[in-house]
Design a protein around this ligand. Structure first.
Ligand SMILES: [Ca+2]
Length: 455
C-alpha cells in the first residue's frame, strides 16, 4: 500500500501489468502455470499443451501448443482477468513464435472475450463482445501481437485466448503477456462535406472556379474534408474536345483549388481529367490544409465510354496518411468493384472519398461501407446521390434535392461497434483478421504475360 500511495503521490505513471505470472515462469500441478487453463472442443482435434522449459523470450519458460498431427486441431490457453471496472481502456500484448505453422495470421489467434458477472460461460452465449489482437511486428523470432481494447457495457471479466488452429504440423510458443490500463483514446472528429451541385461549366478552369466557390460554402459549414464530384467532361465523342478539357497535375486548376484549401485550412478531394504528356487519366487529387498536394490516384476501372475515348487507366489504389486519418479515394465505376474499397480498407483507409457522376450506388453504397467498416463520403456530379455513410452502413447525411450539400461529423477514434449488436464489437478488426486470402486465389490470379487464354 505504501508503494502504491507513494507512486500516486509522485505522479508516477508507470504501467502496471494486470497479468499475474506474465512470463509463465511459475508452474503448478501438472506443470500448468497458475491462472492458465487449456481448452479444446474434443479429444480428437485437441492439440498438445505444455509449459516449455526449452523456449522462452524472457525467463526460462513459455506456453506451448502443438498440433500433434491432428487435422482440424484447435485449442487455446485461456487466462482470465476479473473485476475490471467498466469504461476503461487496456493495451493487450503478447509474443508468439512458431514452427511448422503455414500462416501465422490464420493459424495463431490471440482473441479476447468479455464476460459479465454471473453469466453462463458458454462458447457463444454470455460473451459481451470479442476482439482480435492483431500482429504488429517482429522482434527476432518473436511476433508481437498488440491492441487497445475497452471494457464493454456489462462486462467485468476479460478472457484472453492464446490459440493454435488448423495447423496439424505446427507449434506455437507464447510468452510475455501484458495487459495494462491506458488512457482513453483522444477524440478524432472530422467534419465531412460532399457537394450536391451540378457544375454548368465543363472547361477545366470554369469548373475549378465553380468548385472554388463551393469550397467557400463548405468552409462556412466547418468542413475538414471537402469532396468534389467526378469532373465528367461531357464530350466523349470528340477527342480534340476531350484534350481541351484536360489539365496537368499540378497545374492552374489544382493551383486554384489548393489556394482555397489553404485559405480555409481544409482538405479537398478534387477530380479532373489529367493530361500527362498527352496521356489522359481520370484523376482525383488530395490537397491538404496547407494547399499541398498529398497525392493523386487515377481511376483504375474505366467506364466503357472512357475506354472508347482514349483515356488510360491507373493501376493503383493508394491510401494517404493525413492528420485527419487515413484517406483513400475512388472514382465512380471503381466503386462498382467491391475489391476497390476492400483494397483501400486493407491498407488502413478510414475514410473513402468517392467522386461520382452516376447515381446508381444509392443502395449499394451502404453495403460498401458496412463490408469494410469504412466511412464513405460520396459526391455526385448530378447532385442527388451525394451522401455520407458511417461504418455500419447508416446514412449520416444525404442530398435529396439538387443544389445543396451533405455534411456530417465522424469520430474516427470511436469504437467501431455496430449499434445493438455487441457481439460485433470492433467489426473492422474482425473483417480484416478473419479474411481467408488462401481461398481468394481466383480473385488475385494475375494474367501472366502472353496469356491469351479466354477467361
Ligand atoms: Ca517466459
Amino acid at each position: 500500500m505504501w508503494t502504491a500511495l507513494t507512486a500516486q503521490a509522485s505522479g508516477d505513471t508507470r504501467e502496471r501489468n494486470l497479468v499475474q505470472n506474465p512470463s509463465f515462469e511459475e508452474v503448478g500441478d501438472e506443470r500448468i502455470p497458475p491462472g492458465c487453463s487449456s481448452w479444446a472442443p474434443w479429444e480428437d482435434i485437441a492439440p498438445e499443451f505444455a509449459a516449455d522449459d526449452s523456449v522462452a523470450r524472457t525467463g526460462r519458460r513459455s506456453l506451448r501448443i502443438a498440433g500433434a498431427g491432428r487435422t482440424g486441431c484447435y485449442g487455446y490457453w485461456a487466462i482470465h482477468l476479473k473485476a475490471l471496472p467498466p469504461g476503461k481502456f487496456y493495451r493487450v500484448s503478447v509474443y508468439a513464435r512458431t514452427e511448422g505453422v503455414p500462416h501465422i495470421d490464420r493459424n495463431v489467434a490471440v482473441k479476447l472475450s468479455w464476460l459479465g458477472p454471473g453469466e453462463p460461460k458458454g462458447l457463444f452465449h454470455g460473451r459481451r463482445g470479442w476482439q482480435h489482437v492483431g500482429r504488429r511486428g517482429t522482434e527476432g523470432p518473436w511476433h508481437r501481437f498488440e491492441r487497445v481494447v475497452w471494457t464493454p457495457d456489462g462486462a467485468d471479466t476479460l478472457r484472453i485466448e492464446l490459440s493454435l488452429r488448423w495447423a496439424p504440423e505446427g507449434t506455437v510458443w507464447f510468452d510475455d503477456l501484458e495487459v495494462v490500463e491506458v488512457p482513453a483514446p483522444s477524440p478524432r472528429p472530422v467534419r465531412l462535406w460532399v457537394a450536391g451541385f451540378r457544375c454548368p461549366d465543363r472547361t477545366p478552369m470554369g469548373a475549378a472556379k465553380f468548385w472554388a466557390e463551393k469550397i467557400d460554402e463548405a468552409a462556412r459549414a466547418g468542413a475538414d474534408l471537402i469532396v468534389c464530384p467526378e469532373y465528367a467532361a461531357t464530350n466523349y465523342d470528340d477527342p480534340a474536345e476531350l484534350l481541351k478539357c484536360s489539365s496537368p497535375v499540378p497545374g492552374p486548376t489544382t493551383d486554384l483549388i489548393a489556394a482555397k484549401a489553404r485559405q480555409h485550412r481544409a482538405f479537398v478531394v478534387y477530380n479532373l481529367l489529367e493530361n500527362d504528356n498527352s496521356v489522359l487519366y481520370n484523376t482525383s487529387v488530395l490537397i491538404d490544409r496547407g494547399g499541398q498536394i498529398v497525392g493523386k490516384y487515377r481511376k483504375v476501372h474505366l467506364a466503357i465510354y472512357e475506354c472508347w475515348a482514349g483515356i488510360t487507366p491507373g493501376h493503383e489504389l493508394p491510401v494517404f496518411d493525413t492528420e485527419l486519418g487515413k484517406i483513400g479515394m475512388l472514382i465512380c465505376w471503381d466503386n462498382t468493384f467491391p475489391e476497390s474499397i476492400r483494397t483501400l480498407a486493407q491498407q488502413g483507409a478510414e475514410i473513402i472519398a468517392l467522386s461520382t457522376a452516376a447515381n446508381f450506388y444509392e443502395r449499394g453504397i451502404q453495403w460498401r461501407a458496412f463490408d469494410s467498416a469504412v466511412v464513405i463520403a460520396e459526391s455526385n456530379t448530378g447532385g442527388t446521390g451525394s451522401c455520407i455513410v458511417n461504418i455500419d452502413g447508416t446514412f449520416l447525411d444525404a442530398v435529396t434535392e439538387r443544389g445543396s450539400f451533405a455534411s456530417a461529423e465522424v469520430d474516427l477514434s470511436a469504437k467501431t461497434r455496430l449499434p445493438d449488436r455487441p457481439q460485433f464489437d470492433d467489426f473492422r478488426s474482425r473483417v480484416s483478421n478473419e479474411r481467408r486470402i488462401e481461398a481468394y486465389a481466383p480473385l488475385t490470379d494475375a494474367i501472366p504475360p502472353g496469356d491469351t487464354a479466354p477467361r
